[in-house]
Design a binder for this molecule. Structure first.
Ligand code: ATP
Ligand code: MG
Length: 346
């Protein structure tokens, strides 16, 4: 590579780069460094700037230090990495705002997941300890009840791990889509048949409509979206209530709207905006009764977003909730485009 090109890359790189000679004279400062330190011209010795930020890193030559620098009376958290080279120093400086923010999100996530896992583990340990220590004093039906609780907790953990894996695959974009033209009413009927045994006391109604266009979607993703929404509709409504699923073309014929309407407990207004966040569960006697990880709606929204759809929700407390999904219609053109894009990334 030509040296001019190196200089251009160094100048424009979105990290602060400062090159000093062995006496701390500035040899080069890139645009980002000048912008963050608000110094148009950096010349001469930079001891006044660096005396606080340079440290001898001979022990660990890639050591990174975090500092607060003051620029125009504003404190900025930066990460400084100083590397001694033959006849001088290379100083890399980056703002920590983004890194800290990611750290916080990461830590929050780990602490929530650990908490979610600890609850079933503690409960299982308690029951197993009782069976082991007082096994001979328990009758068969008590033992049976305890083992059933342990099994439930194992199922809860399995669901949590499966959902976490789905979240991780989705966030790392590891799921390969195969787009197909699908009839959303037929798919809803399949999902309802699968869920009926889980919710035998609910009434599911899929409204027929022959005028609905096919949607363009990945079968597995569409199946999971409908399963999560229809399962929620039954989980958060009392027995013997009705869940109605209907689909219709939107006026411009670009989207099909599918709605899942229940007569359940409803979602309080203050939660509507947060309902698609990870691990959100609204406390309620019925929610406490039914198990859940609080990841279903987050996964659902991420799946719908990835297929170019839009999800929305309307709800009235103690009356019911309707989740609606606007799904792109499968036209000859949209299918050809998707196929072309899929082939292009192969
Ligand atoms: P899972 O991850 O197993 O699906 P979950 O059902 O608790 O667990 P979500 O599907 O993400 O998680 O739903 C989040 C929360 O939103 C639920 O715990 C419930 O409080 C509320 N909720 C979801 N759907 C409905 C609904 N149709 N009616 C009322 N509340 C709902
Ligand atoms: Mg759910």
């Amino acid at each position: 590579m030509k040296s001019g090109l190196y200089k251009k890359i160094l100048t424009q790189i979105p990290e602060g780069v400062l090159i000093l000679d062995k006496d701390f004279n500035v040899v080069f400062a890139n645009d980002w460094f000048k912008k963050v330190t608000k110094k148009d011209v950096i010349e001469g010795k930079v001891n006044e700037f660096l005396e606080n930020y340079y440290y001898d890193n001979t022990e660990d030559e890639y050591a990174i230090r975090k500092f607060d620098i003051v620029v125009d009376n504003e404190k900025l958290a930066v990460k400084v990495n100083t590397k001694k080279v033959d006849d001088g120093y290379v100083v890399m400086i980056s703002l920590l705002k983004e890194c800290i923010c990611l750290d916080v999100i990461h830590n929050d996530f780990i602490s929530t997941v650990s908490h979610e896992m600890r609850t079933p583990l503690t409960s299982m340990k308690g029951f197993i300890d009782t069976i082991l220590s007082a096994g001979d004093k328990l009758d068969a039906s008590q033992k049976d009840r305890f083992l059933k609780i342990v099994k439930q907790q194992i199922e809860r953990l399995t669901r949590l791990v499966e959902n976490l894996l789905t979240v991780s695959r989705l966030e790392n974009k590891k799921i390969k889509d195969v787009y197909k033209s699908l009839n959303v009413i037929d798919l809803s009927k399949i999902v309802v048949d699968e869920l009926k045994s889980k919710h035998p006391n609910h009434i599911f109604v899929v409204i027929e409509n022959n005028n609905v266009s096919n949607i363009l979607a990945d079968y597995d993703k569409a199946h999971q979206v409908l399963t999560n929404l229809i399962d929620n509709a039954a989980k958060y409504s009392q027995k013997n209530t009705t869940i109605e699923i209907k689909a219709q073309n939107k006026p411009d014929n670009d989207f099909v709207e599918i709605s899942i309407k229940d007569q359940g407990i409803g979602i309080p207004q203050e939660y509507i905006g947060k309902i698609f966040s990870k691990f959100l569960r609204i406390d309620n006697p019925l929610t406490r009764e039914v198990q859940g990880t609080g990841l279903g709606l987050y996964i659902t929204k991420t799946l719908i977003d990835s297929m170019g759809g839009v999800i929305s929700v309307e709800s009235e407390l103690d009356k019911g909730t309707t989740f609606s999904v606007d799904w792109p219609v499968a036209t000859t053109e949209s299918q050809a485009k998707k196929r072309f894009l899929q082939d292009a990334v192969k």
